[in-house]
Design a binder for this molecule. Structure first.
Ligand SMILES: *[C@@H]1O[C@H](CO)[C@@H](O)[C@H](O)[C@H]1NC(C)=O
Ligand SMILES: *[C@@H]1O[C@H](CO)[C@@H](O)[C@H](O)[C@H]1NC(C)=O
Length: 360
């Protein structure tokens, strides 16, 4: 009897399985032919609706490339909901929240976490103290997160903790359009925000190395920013790429979302070419050929979002285009289970980072 109710959104698949054996039976022998024919028509209607959506989405996206941009940036997903960004102490010790105006009309939110060794001192200090602390002897990492969510997302916070305990300052940026930052994201815009923050830090950090750390989508922002800084005559002190892709086109083709449409005729035309129409390129592969900054690539071999083959390819490109000593690749075997965002769990991460920094 329950099956007569209209199918729930998420319940479609199990229902298909439960019902199909009945459909297979010859009509005349089943006592309730009406029942099964009604279920069948529900299923047909659902299949028709899903099929129509499936077919329409590519056309809608092609007509309105900005929609695909929303999927790439996912900045409207402002999770976690219950962390007050103005009060980072809820999730991170010795951290201050502040805002910078990266361009006219664009204000971006940032968390500055000082090295844990300065944790006691940092208690109850204001932003001036934190700003002054940038000139101590500890290196600085500018963390450029991936798409979706805010600087309070748990795997980002966990990495901040690890980096702080390892002796680094960390500045974690929410680009324009993300979290409590104003404006709308665009490739050039989020790159500008990152360049701005780098220069702001560099003006306060005296001789300390300042590194750009990009994760996932943020790796493209990191190399874009590094390239811009280099063109301005101030190359970044180091670039660290966690789970990087070769370019957004390649990443899109592999991404779980893209995979749903792989069999769709014209997948490249509708999705991959459309990203370029919206000026979404994030060319890590092209950028890395040009960069003179030392580069460290971290990639887990069981990464299911960005395959580690892309990290390896970037490493190859970098090695073949410049002095190999300045490029390092660390791969994490699948049995560690670090996947796309858990490299912070590596107990040797601090050692890896210090070895890299000491070698450059
Ligand atoms: C802050 O540090 C204290 C003392 O080390 C610890 O008990 C607390 O859990 C930390 N808070 C957070 C949010 O990590
Ligand atoms: C980014 O900065 C450049 C100057 O470096 C400026 O010309 C451009 O308009 C900025 N782009 C955006 C989207 O803010």
């Amino acid at each position: 009897m329950k099956r007569r109710e209209p199918p729930q959104k998420g319940g479609l698949r199990p229902q298909v399985k439960a019902v199909s054996p009945k459909i297979a039976k010859p009509e005349g022998r089943t006592p309730k032919p009406r029942h099964s024919s009604r279920v069948l028509s529900y299923l047909k209607a659902c299949a028709l609706i899903l099929g129509t959506i499936y077919i329409c989405v590519p056309f809608i996206i092609r007509l309105c490339p900005a929609l695909l941009g929303k999927v790439v940036y996912l900045n409207m997903v402002k999770v976690p909901l219950f962390v007050d960004l103005k009060n980072p102490g809820e999730v991170l010790n010795h951290t201050i929240n502040f805002y910078l105006t990266s361009e006219d009309g664009v204000t971006v939110g940032i968390w500055h976490t000082v090295p844990a060794s300065r944790g006691e001192e940092a208690k109850d200090k204001d932003q001036r103290w934190f700003e002054g602390a940038l000139s101590d002897d500890n290196p600085v990492i500018i963390y450029l997160h991936g798409n979706g969510g805010t600087r309070a997302v748990d795997h980002r916070v966990q990495l901040m903790k690890v980096l702080s305990r390892s002796g680094f300052h960390v500045l974690s940026l929410d680009y324009r359009g993300y979290a409590d930052s104003t404006g709308q994201p665009s490739e050039e815009g989020v790159t500008n925000d990152s360049v701005f923050l780098y220069e702001w830090v560099k003006a306060r950090s005296r001789g300390n190395p300042v590194c750009l750390w990009g994760h996932s989508l943020g790796t493209g922002i990191a190399t874009n920013a590094a390239r811009k800084l280099q063109e301005k005559g101030n190359p970044a002190d180091a670039v660290i790429l966690e789970a990087p892709y070769t370019n957004i086109r390649d990443a899109g083709a592999f991404h779980p979302f893209g995979k749903i449409y792989h069999i769709f005729p014209g997948f490249e035309y509708f999705f991959l070419d459309t990203m370029a129409l919206d000026n979404i390129v994030f060319p890590n592969d092209e950028n890395i050929k040009m960069l003179t900054s030392p580069i460290l690539i971290l990639h887990a071999e069981d990464d299911h979002v960005v395959p580690s083959s892309m990290g390896k390819e970037l490493h190859e490109i970098a090695v073949n285009s410049r002095h190999p000593r300045d490029v390092k690749l660390v791969l994490y075997p699948p049995e560690l289970g670090y996947k796309h965002k858990y490299i912070y769990k590596d107990p040797k991460l601090a050692e890896t980072l210090w070895d890299f920094l000491n070698s450059i």
